[in-house]
Ligand binder design. Structure first.
Ligand code: GDP
Ligand code: MG
Length: 436
């Protein structure tokens, strides 16, 4: 079977250049999608301009259609926008390494302090948490509770001392007790104000932390970006931790924070549990934003949290999971590389009959693509969500009639059944690599 596929492949290689029209249409979609995702307007403008320059006249890669080529460039530019590489925490030569957590109230500093300590502890460090939020009632208690959950000591001097003095004393205590990492949880305010900044600068100047990590709530979109810009100007930050990405399906702040501050996003927090933290990978976030799913992160998380056997089970489940619009899009793009669906299906024993009447031409495919791109990521992942009013929005957004959307969704339900059989026949190849 593989040989046959390779045969079709070699006969179907396409050559050519992207026309300006191809690029223009694709970029319009991209621009709308980014703006809808609450990405900073200036960032979008520059982004689209960069892509246009790269895409027009670009040699089409042998295995990609112009549409895919644009998607590929967009993906690469998204990655670039978010900093290309993951950015690791740095450690100081002299122990202890001190990290200072800063950010507005409610951004997730205290929770993230514990999450970070938990993962550092897993990697063999001996962290000490420091309670420097002396204003918010129960803030100290909160840190003690989360510290207790990960079994990491918490240094406190109650709420009668100045944060800077607490921080200094904590570092001495870490020295004495062999803690090689100190994470300082500071107080936030609802808005940026001079008092808070003054206090943070005082701590910074007295203890000279290895890194100042700004915690921002991704759900606040552009506000998150403004906050980051402000903190960076006033006290200087070394990295950003985005929290509540589980609630932010749009990813706008992730895209703009880096571009606006020029400081790396180091971690992403994706839930309230103390294990819900992961290293921020620009390329994975880009795929997530493009709605192509994020198998790698899921599997990585799974294998960290549970043993390898269970991870394999998880992977299997993931692959078997309900077929979504994202899967459909991905399958469709795979199919486009090869030619018509009919051609391919006819090569698979037993598939001829079911597939005969499914003739989809390229125009139809682009139409379908535009509809899927007009869905929210949630809708793509969960087709059952799509009710009549959502259908209308999708039709308007993609420039199609509601009848088209209806027809497509019906077709989708049919293909869903078919694709399941298809995946079954290609078993072992998995969701990502049907044809390659
Ligand atoms: P702080 O004021 O900056 O210290 O913020 P907290 O650590 O007290 O967090 C404020 C709220 O946000 C708490 O209810 C946390 O459970 C919640 N939170 C923090 N990080 C995340 C996250 O990544 N996802 C979700 N869903 N909630 C989070
Ligand atoms: Mg707090």
């Amino acid at each position: 079977l593989t040989d046959k596929f390779q045969n079709i492949f070699s006969t179907l290689k396409k050559k050519g250049k992207l026309s300006e029209q191809d690029v223009k249409l694709a970029l319009r979609e991209v621009k709308l999608a980014l703006l809808e995702a609450d990405v900073n307007f200036k960032v979008v403008k520059k982004f689209v301009k960069d892509i246009r320059e790269r895409a027009v006249g670009h040699e089409v890669m042998e295995s990609l259609t112009p549409g895919q080529q644009v998607i590929k460039i967009v993906n690469e530019e998204l990655v670039k926008l978010m900093g290309e590489e993951k950015s690791d925490l740095t450690f100081s030569k002299e122990s202890p390494t001190v990290y200072m957590m800063v950010g507005l109230q409610g951004a997730g500093k205290t929770t993230t302090t514990a999450k970070l300590a938990g993962s550092l502890k897993k990697s063999g460090k001996k962290p000490l948490l420091v309670a420097c939020d002396v204003y918010r009632p129960a803030a100290i208690k909160q840190l003690q509770v989360v510290g207790g959950q990960i079994d990491v000591p918490v240094f406190t001097m109650g709420d009668k001392n100045k944060p800077v003095d607490i921080a200094k004393a904590a570092i001495e205590s870490a020295d004495k007790n062999g803690n090689n990492v100190v994470i300082i949880d500071t107080a936030g305010r609802l808005h940026i104000d001079e008092d808070m900044m003054g206090e943070l600068i005082e701590i910074k100047e007295n203890i000279n932390p290895q890194e100042i990590l700004l915690v921002v709530d991704a759900m606040t979109g552009q506000d998150a970006v403004n906050v980051a810009e402000n903190f960076n100007e006033k006290i200087g930050i070394d990295g950003v931790i985005l929290t509540k990405l589980d609630g932010d399906t749009r990813g706008g702040s992730a895209l703009s924070v880096r571009a606006v501050t020029n400081k790396p996003i180091k971690f992403a927090c994706i839930g309230e549990k103390l294990t819900d933290i992961e290293v921020f990978h620009p390329e994975r976030m880009a795929s997530r934003i493009l709605g192509m799913g994020d198998v790698l992160t899921l599997i990585e998380k799974a294998s960290e949290a549970i043993d390898a056997k269970k991870a394999a089970e998880m992977e299997r489940k993931f692959r078997k999971a309900e077929f979504t619009f994202d899967d459909f899009l991905e399958q469709m793009q795979q199919v486009k590389k090869l030619g018509s669906i009919g051609d391919i299906m006819s090569m698979i024993p037993g598939m001829n009959k079911q597939m005969k009447d499914v003739e989809i031409d390229d125009k139809e495919l682009s139409k379908v693509e535009s509809m899927i791109y007009s869905m929210t990521l949630e809708e793509r992942a969960n087709p059952a969500l799509i009710n009549p009013s959502r259908k209308r929005r999708i039709a308007n957004g993609s420039g199609n009639h509601i009848q088209d959307v209806n027809r497509f969704i019906k077709q989708f339900e049919q293909s869903k059944k078919m694709m399941k059989q298809f995946s079954g026949m290609m078993k072992g190849k998995g969701k990502k690599g049907l044809f390659n």
